[in-house]
Design a protein around this ligand. Structure first.
Ligand code: AMP
Length: 280
């Protein structure tokens, strides 16, 4: 596995090592890799001749500087994990390499999609995501890019970016990976104390419970139930729970549309997100 850090190195590397045209599968990450990331990397490696993983904690997508500072970093373990999952090349740029001396983000205005839920709670977050994904796509030039459904709204925003700017890349959605007890895997989970981790399970338990209650309640009423339920869970500071149409992100009204439940909450000092489809 090769590691490169400067955006301009990639074209040279590609010519030197891979002179036949190869299909490139790309997995952008912020590092602190876990089995959720590994699943994306394995798939990208299986479905392409070359698998490229980026590891870059992107400052412009953080709405809070304390969150950026506390974000876990583990480059040498990440390199081992990426290689074990079948990665051929890791791109680990510096902030300066990606942004020059002043990291700036350009506004991404995709209407309701960039106004609701995560966008409302984390101002500027999707501006930063779109800015870095555009830059990474331009550098790596992948045929396919793999994104996890763990960040369900991010996946929709990236699809919208590709559609609006007609970028020559296929977005490949990948299922959310959970720990054995159901907690959605996240790089931030290492910051949970044992008690926080127990409390955090309320998110998954509530999503699961919603599935069993959907026969009796319409989506609007089920959302209200989930909100009351989560507000009562010890150690959970609810930011939102929402039942939305998966395509429009508008509030879901009926069960004959594709409905997904999305939740965000603070548990201890850590902000967690999770989601689950409620219709097949
Ligand atoms: P991150 O490093 O958190 O920016 O995530 C990099 C990519 O991995 C994103 O496309 C995430 O959606 C995806 N990812 C993170 N956690 C999971 C998970 N538990 N299951 C599936 N994909 C994930």
């Amino acid at each position: 596995m090769l590691v490169f850090t400067r955006p301009d190195e990639w074209q040279k590397l590609r010519r030197a090592y891979f002179n036949t045209p190869a299909s490139i599968g790309f997995v952008p990450t912020m590092g602190a890799l876990h089995s959720g990331h590994s699943a994306l990397i394995r798939r990208a490696a299986e479905e392409n001749e070359l698998c490229v993983v980026s590891i870059f904690v992107n400052p412009t997508q953080f709405d809070r500087s304390d969150d950026l500072l506390a974000y876990p970093r583990a480059l040498s373990a990440d390199l081992a994990a990426a290689e074990a999952a079948g990665c051929d090349l890791v791109f680990a740029p510096s902030i300066e390499g990606m942004y020059g001396s002043r990291p700036e983000r350009s506004a991404a205005d995709y209407g309701h999609l960039t106004e609701t839920l995560e966008a409302a709670k984390r101002p500027g977050h999707f501006d930063g995501v779109v800015t870095i994904v555009r830059k990474l796509f331009k550098t790596v030039n992948p045929d396919k890019a793999y994104f996890g459904e763990k960040d369900f709204q991010q996946l929709a925003v990236v699809r919208e970016l590709v559609k609006r700017e007609k970028l020559p890349v296929r977005i490949m959605p990948c299922a959310l990976v959970r720990d054995a007890d159901g907690l959605a895997l996240s790089s931030r989970n290492v910051r949970l104390s044992p008690a926080d981790r127990q409390n955090a399970l309320a998110l998954w338990h509530t999503l699961r419970e919603m599935k069993s209650r959907k026969q009796h309640l319409d989506p609007r009423k089920l959302e209200k139930w989930a909100q009351r339920h989560l507000e009562q869970q010890p150690g959970v500071e609810l930011e939102y729970v929402a039942l939305v149409n998966e395509n429009s992100f508008e509030p879901a009204q009926k069960w004959d549309e594709p409905v997904r439940a999305l939740v965000a909450a603070k548990v201890g000092a850590v902000r967690l997100i999770d989601n689950e489809p409620l219709t097949d």
